[in-house]
Each structure stands twice: as structure tokens, then as C-alpha cells.
Ligand binder design. Sequence first.
Ligand code: HT7
Ligand code: ZN
Length: 876
Amino acid sequence: TPLIRLEDYRPSDWLIDTVDLDISLAPQQTRVRALLGLRPNPAGRPGAPLILDGDELALSAIKLDGAALDASAFTAGPQSLTVHAPPQRGFTLTIETVLDPSANTKLMGLYRSSRVYCTQCEADGFRRITYFLDRPDVMSVYTVRLEAAKAEAPVLLSNGNRVATGEVPGSDRHFAVWHDPHPKPAYLFALVGGALDHVRADYVTADGQQVELAVYVEPGKAGRAGWALDSLVRCMRWDERVFGRNYDLDVFNVVAVSDFNMGAMENKGLNIFNDKYVLADPQTATDGDYASIEAIIAHEYFHNWTGNRITCRDWFQLCLKEGLTVFRDQEFSADERSRPVKRISDVRTLRATQFSEDAGPLAHPVRPRAYKEINNFYTPTVYEKGAEVIRMLKVLIGADAFKRGMDLYFERCDGTAATIEEFLACFAETSGKDLSDFARWYEQAGTPTIVASGRYDARAKRYTLDLAQTTPPTPGQTTKQPVVLPVALGLVGKGGDLPLTTGSAAYAGDGLIVLDQPSLSVVFSNVAEAPIPSLLRGFSAPVRLELDLSDADLLRLFSADSDSFNRWQALQSVATRALVAAGRPGTDPATLLAKANEIAGALDRFLREQGLADPAFAAQVLRLPAPADIAREIGGDVDPDAIYGAHRSLSGAIGQVLEATLVGLRDTLATKAAYAPDAASAGRRALRNEALGLIAIATPEMGARLVEQQFSSADNLTDRLAALAAMTLIPGEARERLIERFAALYADEPLVLDKWLMAQALIAETDTLDRVKRLMQHKAFSLGNPNRVRALIGGFAANLTQFNRADGAGYEFVADMVIALDRTNPQVASRLLGSFKSWKMLEPARKDLARASLALVARTPGLSRDVADIAERALA
Ligand code: HT7
Ligand code: ZN
């Protein structure tokens, strides 16, 4: 497979200004006629042949300027169509292809999902519909005529505005014509056809444009589309208010489909969603689902400006749209909900997904320099670390220069396919700062570590903070340069934050040090008392921090820091340190128990004094670092069973000390009010349910009783699922009965049964693998549906102790599944194979077994490029 390199980028030799598509939908034989308006690109090579991309295509007809082309003038195969000597002027090419959407199990290009026709074209799916210059810097104006049987597809949607509809005389068919005036790359093309219900709303933009909003769902599910529509209206207003962005078409449609490779897709004016991220009602969606739907609706909508109006020059610039759009959706959710709680949950995700990627063989820069399969680069590094880079940029240049930089970017790059360099140039201009060192964040992989230490000179009233940074080697990058690190800080004294006075050039004011050297020292003067440093407030940079504070100091920060994030972090750090020690062989269990008492004491005070003031925050505080976080922290020679054991002991011991407080809190937080999805109500449920989990571990009999009560009295899925999850921690008959009860209750709800499958796949017991194999035979499961696979097999692969079973059976099972899935859906298969990303940190015996399973995948004949690429890089 060829390696595609950023440095090899050159503009297309040809441009396609207009695309007229005529698509006649039928389940097995969809006819596509594409009329392409081509011209030589002034920036391309004169006289170059026209080479169009294809993927598994069959050409049925071709014409140039309306006349049939001689067979010697072109070469057509499944993967490309070449016109050898095209005219060196503007001309049209008419191309006809025939597709079988029902047979398209890859879910890329045009496919049918539960009787609905839909498309997925990012990154390179459009070439599965017709031959095309399928690259994001070729932008065209599309007009699309869709035709289908009226009964089968009464709804026909595409991008832009609907300009005509009608019947096809003498047939049972009808048509709709859509025109999108905004030039766009092919990856943003979409169509939908099917029998769908919808909910709608009228919207007037801040600049006075009337927009018709609609959310389309499977028949009978319109009652579950309201939250998505409501979220859409809220995020549209927010983008007007915060980023000054208005919508730009007469309609905005969202469609939910049940077979989808990822979360959702931002096609211009026609966002297509995995139904998991649209459908919600209190009986079938959790608080977490409501929050995800709100965030993903916003994310895809925000792409209209950051991705669609301004797109990417090439796929190396993917973070230009994804990192920036994640940043925007995170800010939206922070404004809609609690900012500190949102930050804590985003950082949990970042550490769990991106830090682990960065520490393993699949590490790559936010802007990769080379790829074999672009679909494997829709990663936490591009998305989440990409968002962190934008967040740091804002902190470094200040909110005002950031806002002006965004405005300049929107103005200057609108309608273009842009690069990271063009993006950064806008902020360099508005801030007057040289951002060339900052740009290293896009080039250098690996999570930097900051080592910090402080010294207080009581006589001189001086506090000296020493900071040093290093970034570990990653595949293909052995030596690293220092990066520009915004370190937000405070010095915490007995009565709160002490004033910061320093003449250091690294101090930017407002509690911000800029660490852009390998190391530096900042001396603060007039420091009245020995302070405790509170570093990286708000998690101001995506780094690991090594700061040798005593547990006593950390517990002081937990109770006294003015920064909520660092309050949460302080307690996590105490627990992490205890678990890291206990997760290593040969540690005295008494040490862990002593630490449990100390943590529980701090938690007890906190919960009694402040638990009810901000339950969502309290729920985050109560949730200890996960075993996988501890494994990552240990970093090498990892024994998952030892870590899990330590985690259980610590949780159990804390739960026992806190029992009365937790039970009391649960009672106080209980409500008779009907379910509402707002953040405050969700926060109360989160705290009650976090408490339930701890009680289940600490005192299983009481846990089982409370679970039973909660399951029976709940009026919503959040509480029922939390009860089920707590019960999965308590082996025995009662658990199995509850599992059956849950399945019976939700027998007709595939999305809820996904959660049921996952809850079982995550049980940390040795018979889980057998359970998972059994569940594969359950009628709720299907290997053909990505959501089902991610729930059951993906859930199992995320089960730290069982995926990493000492006998290697977990690896063998997942490897077999990858090989099986690869035959039908390579994207889903390669994502599943990504579960092996941390194999190199395991203890030697497991490492050998994991390597063997990866090697088995790698040597399977006929592998897709997607899976071969991951296997090869994971093994390197
Ligand atoms: N831009 C989209 C990313 C994407 C995708 C979505 C669905 C199926 C396949 C896909 N490949 C890439 C989603 C987003 O980030 O907004
Ligand atoms: Zn996106």
C-alpha cells in the first residue's frame, strides 16, 4: 500500500466547478448519472491526463461534451477512470455507474440501512458512487435529482435547498431536485431516501434568514426526536452569539440511521447521524445520552463553518476542522451545563483515549505527516488533542486576540480549502505573537511531562518554582523539541490564593507561566507564607504533571483550591498514587487501607458540607480514577489483575467508611419529580448513582437491596441502567435475574439493549468471555450492525482484566472478531483492532500473547488496508 505524504501535496491538475447528479434509487440497482463541469486548474500541470478516483465501481457509459467517447480515449477500472488526452479547456464529462446499495456492508458510499437509502462520503466514500476527483481541495456546486418509488422512499433529501419535486409520469416513482449553492468537496455530499417521520421547527437567524429545521427518524420514533431539535436550536443561537456565525441555507436537515460507522456526519445542510446520537426519551436514553446528543448535534452543526464553509486542503489538515470543532462543541456544552464538570469529564476522556494512544505504538502527531489509510486517523489525537491545542492557543494569546483571530479566519478563508498554517497566521496577526514554536504542537507526537518543584525561603519571603519539560520518543520521532506550555497556576495559602508578584519574563500575568524552554525557574516575591502550588489550573495544557506534593498538601488543595478542576485533580492524585503503589507486586495491603481511610475522611467532610451544593461536581469527585488510568500511570510491566484488585479494595474500603453518608445523600437527593434531562437534575442522579456503585462494592447485601428498589421504582433509563451497572459488581443469582428483567423490559429497544450488552461485557470476572460469546447468539446482537459490535465486542475489548486475560483468550477472541468483521466492514474492524493500542505496557507474558494475536491478524490473507495498517503499526 502506498504511503501518502504531506510533503508530496500538489494541487489537482483539474477542477470540477459543477456536478449534476441524477440518481435513480433502487435497492439492488441504483443508477447514477454524473455530469461534471471540468476545467484545467491554473495551479496544476498543463496537459495532464484526467485521472478520476473510483472504488469498486463499474462504468456503464461515458460521454465528453455530450458525445460518446472512443474506447481508446479512456481506461476504466474499479479503482479509477482515466481520460488520456482531455481537451485543455473547460468541458463536460457524463459518467454512468450502477450501484447495489443493499450489498454495501462497508457503509461507505451509498448504502441501505433498515430500508433507508443513505450515504457516507467522508473521507473517500464519494468515489464509491461515481468516478470523481475525490479530494477536499476540489470544490463544486452540486445539483442533485433523486428519484425513487414513492412507497419505498416518500422522503428524498440531499444537500442545499429543494428546488423542485414531482411525479414521474406513468410510474409509481417520484423525484426531488436539490441545489446547494455553496461549493463543497465531495466528502460533504449526501442523500437520504426512505419512509421517515420528522419533527420540525422554524428558525430565524440573527441576520434575518428564515430556516426550516427538521429531524428525520424511523417511522414511529418522532416522539424521540425533540431533544435533538431543541439542541439544534440552542447551538445555532450559541454560534451566532459566541462566534458570530449564521446559518446559510433555507433548510437544515438531520437524519438518524441505525447502521453507521461513526457518530455523525456534517454533510452540508443534511447531517446524517447514528440514531444513538439523535433518539432520546426518558425511557430509552440516559442523562449521558442526552448530553452526547446535545454535544454531537452541536459538533456537526458547528462544522458548517469550521469544516464546510472553510474546509481542509488535504486530509493531513483534518485537525483544522476536527480539533477546532471539538473545541467549539466543548465550549457550547460548558456554557449550557457546568463548565468545571464539563472540563473534568473532557479531561477524563482525553487521558483515557488520547494519552493512551500517545503512549503506544499508534502515537502520531495532531497533524500526521504520512498515512496509508486516512480512515485510521480519525483519532483522539486529531480530535481531542487537536481541541486542546486550540484551547492552549486561546489561553496564550488571550480571549480577545483569539476572538479577532477567529473572525479573521472566517473572513479570509471562507470558501477555501485551508491549511493549519493559514489558520495560525490569523492568530499571529491579531495577537502580534510569533506562533512558530507553538506550531510544534501539530508536528510532535507524545504527551509532554512537566516536572515541577517548589522551594520557599521564609526569610526572604520568596517562592521559587522550577519547571522542566520533556516529551518521550514516539514512533518515527526519537528526539523532541520543547513545546510551548501555558501553565496556569496559583499559590495557595491558608486563606486562599496569595498574590503573585514576579519579574520573571516567563510570567505572562493573570496566573499564567509560559514554559517554552526545556526548563525555567520563576521566583515569586512577597510571598507571606509557605504556599502550596496549584499548577495546570483548568488543565491548561495536555501534559502529565509530576509535582512532589505530600498527600496532606494535596488534601489541602482538595478542600481549599479556588480552581474546581484542581480540587478534583488533587483528590484524584492522592488516589492514583495509592493505587499505583498497590497495583505493583509486593505492596502491603495495610498501606492501601490506611490511605483509604484518609481519602474517605476527606470525602466524608466534602460530601457532608458541599455534596448538595453541586451534585454533578461531587459525583466527579466521588468517582475514583479507573483501573485503566492506573495502568497508564504505571506505564510498563502492567498486571491488570493486580490493579483491578487494588481498585476494588480501595473502593470497598472507602465505601465502607462512607456508608452512612452515602445512604443519607441518596435519600436526600431522591425526588418524586418526573424525569427532566437538565444538567442540575442529571447531576443529582449522577451523585446518587455514583454512591450506589460504591455501596455495591462495599456492602453487597445493602447494595443489592438498593439496586432492587431503584430498579423497581425508577421512572427513567438513567436510574435503571445505573442499578444494572451496580448489580454487575455483585456476582450471583440476583444479578442474573436483574439482567433478564432488564432484557425483557427493553426487548424491542436495540439502543437500550446495546447498553445491556456492554454492561455484561464489562464484568470483571473470568466467565465474561463465555458470556460474551453466548450473547453473540442473542437476538439483540448482530455482527452487521456497528452499534451492536461496539457495545458487545468493543465493550469486552475495553474490559481491562478480561481482554487482558492471563491465558490470552481475550486477545484471541478479539483478533478473531477483527478478522471476521474485516470481510464486511473494515472501518469497524480496524477500530476494534485499535483496542490493542496499549499492549506494549503489559507484563511480559501478556505482551507475548497480545503480540501473537496481532501477528495472527497481520498475516491473514486478503486484509483490508484499514486493518493491515493498524496491525502493522501496532506491531512495529
Ligand atoms: N467528520 C465526520 C468524521 C467521519 C465519519 C463519520 C461517519 C462515518 C465515517 C466517517 N469518517 C469520518 C464526523 C465528525 O467528526 O464530525
Ligand atoms: Zn467533526
